[in-house]
Design a binder for this molecule. Structure first.
Ligand code: PEP
Length: 269
């Protein structure tokens, strides 16, 4: 993995959402692994993080033959969610320790979690702090909805989400987390933001972050764009200096994901 001229190494993460149980997940990874691993050998390649459903993590890990969660191959695994408690009577939930046995990373506060499962900035913040305490890299998602976008409220919403979802980090934690700017109107719609729109909001996120944690943390924190990223538009996003990679949904379920990885590196700043 090569650091970009910003000093921030790019990340391409694939959020499979509720797709591919263990059998299908293993089959898909067997199919893409040779070309994906080869693509990741090239200089300037991003870190690639696959985020299958929790029930498929072990199957994917077995195919990738990852020796242990602590080692850093160029393909890492992430969970799509977790709870903040250590253990106990929380039916259906995963604890940070459980996630850490198989993953380096966890996506938190995805808009689908916020919309369908009532997750608030406060809950996302608790989960973020718990992930960090357990050595997991959180990818914390924020972004405005269509109505907020249309009515010019994006900057306001982003300010609220950054301050509440990312509160109370230590200076070291503030450097480690990853933020994903995912405008809800662009998720799964085929209507991606332009590179310019995404970069402007991401620059604002970096400024908010600087107000919270200082210039040094703001210059190293990685901020991804997510929302209808494809192999055709990834290069446009990567050409912008504040965008450090992508969180990819639908397009991470197909072999074309390998081209997203390839095209991300070609023009990475
Ligand atoms: C996502 O699920 O985080 C996402 C960005 O989805 P899609 O790429 O399908 O828009």
């Amino acid at each position: 993995m090569t650091a970009s001229s910003t000093g921030r190494a790019a990340i391409i993460a694939g959020n499979w959402k509720m797709n591919y149980g263990p059998r299908e997940a293993a089959k898909f990874v067997q199919e893409i692994q040779p070309a994906l691993s080869e693509a990741l050998q090239a200089p300037g390649s991003p870190l690639c993080i696959l985020c299958p459903p929790a029930i498929s993590l072990a199957a994917v890990r077995a195919v990738l033959d990852i020796p242990d969660a602590a080692s850093s191959p160029q393909i890492e695994l992430g969970a799509q969610n977790m709870y903040f408690e250590e253990k106990g009577a929380f039916t259906g939930e995963l604890s940070p320790n459980m996630v850490h046995e198989l993953c380096t990373t966890v996506i938190l506060g995805h808009s689908e979690r916020r919309t369908y499962f009532g997750e608030t900035d406060e809950l996302v913040n608790k989960k973020t702090l718990a992930a960090l305490r357990h050595g997991l890299r959180p990818i914390v998602c924020i972004g405005e909805n269509e109505q907020q976008h249309e009515s010019g409220e994006t900057a306001h919403i982003i300010t609220i989400q950054v301050r509440a979802s990312l509160a109370n980090l230590t200076s070291e934690q503030a450097r480690e987390i990853v933020i994903a700017y995912e405008p809800i109107w662009a998720i799964g719609t085929g209507k991606a933001a332009t590179g310019e729109i995404a970069n402007n909001v991401i620059r604002q996120i970096r400024q908010e972050y600087q107000a919270l944690y200082g210039a040094e943390a703001a210059s190293v924190v990685r901020i991804l764009y997510g929302g209808s990223v494809t192999s055709d538009n990834i290069a446009e996003f990567m050409a912008y200096p504040d965008i450090d990679g992508a969180l990819v949904g639908g397009a991470s379920l197909k072999p074309d994901f390998i081209n997203i990885v390839r095209n991300s590196r070609q023009v990475h700043h």
